[in-house]
Design a protein around this ligand. Sequence first.
Ligand code: NAI
Length: 274
Amino acid sequence: MPTTRSEPHDFKEAPAKLKGRVAMVTGGTRGIGAAICRSLAAQGASVAAGYSQNRDRAEEFQADLAKNDIPVSLHQGNVGSAEDCRRTVQEVIDHHGRLDILVNNAGITSDKTVFKMTEEDWYRVIAVNLSGAFFMSKAALEHMVERGTGRIVNITSIIGQTGNVGQTNYAASKSGMFGLTTSMAKEAAFALKRADKRDPHGVGITVNAVAPGFIETDMLASVPEKVLDKIRSDVPLGRLGRPDEIARVVHFLCADASSYITGQVWAVNGGQDM
Ligand code: NAI
């Protein structure tokens, strides 16, 4: 029997679960972030993609989506800078008139054993992966509480749960996102209550995390093939994941109908944590 590959998204068949919503995805122009942008757009959302440096790549991504009549706005900024985060969130609100969904996807690695890891390696990874998610969410949450609705999804990692040799900085940043997610989920609910905007039948504000296993993107480009083979053999499903398999869970959590799911970590890892 031939196997069926779940190909990314048929824009023409869009069920439009997110029609009228505006979504911002940090690191949204490549890898998992690009798949998330495509998937949210396929569900009818207007999409704003953040990127850090590579303007040409961002424009290529924009042009590629334009072929399917999907307009994507681009927003340059370093998520490790609180000022850039405030500016880019405001840019999206100015451009699209609102912000309903924030996906904190931008992330980096700088792998070394503890003994070789410099202060710079430590702080840079924490700044982008953990502080970036906090700065972006802080800017977005204020606006979401004013509107009474919103979705924040933090892209963490299986490494935040298991740890990994050579990744103390990355693992700490990703497990830090678990506490960030649950605390913000509680605060968002509390802020809505305080603002008297809680509606038992409404969409509300939810904050969740998605924890991918090992996914085929540029992030794994520097991992030796021998190590990748070992990872594949450790995964019950016997392969690496694909970016669209992460994106699918993100758009599910962003839908209005996911209004009773908050403060949760969704593992998407081929069963690697069993
Ligand atoms: P990638 O390296 O292909 O993409 C990372 C994105 O983050 C890029 O678009 C990059 O421009 C952006 N970025 C990096 N530094 C930034 C900064 N200072 N400011 C703004 N944007 C910045 O990686 P991939 O694989 O697509 O990863 C996306 C997310 O998924 C990351 O948070 C990563 O930690 C996480 N993840 C990835 C896994 C994998 O196996 N690929 C596994 C588990 C989690």
